[in-house]
Design a protein around this ligand. Structure first.
Ligand SMILES: [Zn+2]
Length: 114
């Protein structure tokens, strides 16, 4: 049952994405429906969709059209141009894994020489 609900979330967000350029109101409605499903089955929104709707006015956000995406030192900020709500998402995890990747090849080489 939960699997089907996740599938429906995916479908609704994809439809919202496709319809946005022609019928923005429809895609706002799709987001509303997706949120209702998530609430009903107590689902966690997939992270890649979580930044695609506004937490303030619950509208679908398309970067470049009705939202602004910016990076600062620690976070991605998404600003909704409809109501002005700003949501931030830290990317410390990604920074850490990037740093680790830089270090790991070096330690691996040292290991082979011994
Ligand atoms: Zn908004």
């Amino acid at each position: 049952m939960i699997k089907i609900a996740y599938e429906r979330l995916e479908i609704l967000f994809k439809m919202a994405e496709e319809e946005f350029s022609l019928h923005p109101l429809r895609s706002h409605r799709y987001v509303e429906m997706a949120r209702n499903i998530a609430q009903k089955y107590n689902l966690k929104m997939p992270s890649y969709w979580r930044c695609r709707y506004c937490k303030g006015c619950k509208r679908f956000l398309k970067p470049g059209l009705n939202s602004k995406v910016r990076l600062n030192q620690q976070a991605v900020t998404v600003k909704c141009l409809e109501c002005g709500e700003v949501s931030t998402m830290p990317y410390v995890k990604e920074q850490k894994s990037k740093r680790r990747k830089k270090i790991e090849p070096r330690t691996f080489q040292e290991g082979t020489h011994e």
